[in-house]
Ligand binder design. Structure first.
Ligand code: GRF
Length: 199
C-alpha cells in the first residue's frame, strides 16, 4: 500500500510517520505552503516533496482540484493529513471517502477547531489528548480510529500541555496507518471504526 502525506508547516507528525518503519510506501509529501519546514525533513528522508501554494489559487475549489491532481499522480491508497491547515471542499473529501485521515489535538468530540490546548486549559478539563479519525465533510467529526489521553497538570501552559499531547500524536498516528496498511480498519454503516484482531 502507498500513502501521500499532506502538511502545512512543522511536520513533526509527518516525521514520526517517516521514521516509524511502516509497511507502506510513502509516495510523496505535499505542502500547502512552500515554506513548510516539513518539506526539508521529507527531502532529508529521500521522499519526493512538493509545495502547492494555496495562495496561487483563487478559490478553495481551484486549490482542491490542483491538489487532487497532484495526489493522483501517486495513486495512493491513503491520504494522510498531518498538520494540513486548509479546510478541504466536500467534493475533495467525498472523492477520497474512507481513504483520508487526520490527526486532531484533542479528545474529539471535545474541542473541534483551533486552539485546542488553550481551550482545554480554560475549561479546566483534567484529561486532554489527541484523536486520529477518518475525514468526512463535517470538520473534525469523522469516524474515530484511535485516541490517546494525557493528564492536564497543575501549572500547565498551552506549550507544556501541547508538548505532552504531541508526544502521543507521534505514537498514535503511525499506529493508525499501520492498522490501515494491515487492512484492519473497518468503518461500520453507523460510522464507527472497528479494529480487527485487537490484541
Ligand atoms: C498537530 O498538533 C496536529 O494535531 C494538528 O496540527 C499540528 C501539526 O503539527 N492537526 P506538525 O506539523 O505535525 O508538527
Amino acid at each position: 500500500k502507498s500513502i501521500v502525506i499532506l502538511i502545512s508547516g512543522r511536520g513533526s507528525n509527518m516525521q514520526a510517520i517517516l521514521e516509524a518503519r511502516l509497511p507502506v510506501k510513502i509516495a510523496a509529501v505535499i505542502s500547502s505552503s512552500p515554506n513548510a519546514h516539513g518539506l526539508e525533513i521529507a527531502r532529508q528522508h529521500g521522499i519526493p516533496a512538493h509545495a502547492l501554494n494555496h495562495r496561487d489559487h483563487e478559490t478553495r475549489e481551484e486549490f482542491d482540484t490542483a491538489l487532487a491532481a497532484k495526489i493522483n499522480e501517486f495513486n495512493p491508497d491513503l491520504v494522510v493529513l498531518a498538520g494540513f491547515m486548509r479546510i478541504l471542499t466536500p467534493k475533495f473529501v467525498h472523492d477520497y471517502n474512507a481513504r483520508l485521515i487526520n490527526i486532531h489535538p484533542s479528545l474529539l468530540p471535545a474541542f473541534t477547531g483551533l486552539n485546542t490546548h488553550a481551550r482545554a486549559l480554560t475549561e479546566g478539563v483534567k484529561i486532554h489528548g489527541c484523536t486520529v479519525h477518518f475525514v468526512t465533510p463535517n470538520l473534525d467529526k469523522g469516524p474515530i480510529i484511535v485516541q490517546a489521553a494525557v493528564p492536564v497538570l497543575p501549572g500547565d501552559t498551552e506549550e507544556t500541555l501541547g508538548a505532552r499531547v504531541l508526544e502521543q500524536e507521534h505514537q498514535i498516528y503511525p499506529q493508525a496507518i499501520r492498522w490501515f496498511a494491515e487492512d484492519r480498519l473497518t468503518v461500520t454503516p453507523d460510522c464507527n471504526v472497528i479494529l480487527q484482531n485487537q490484541q
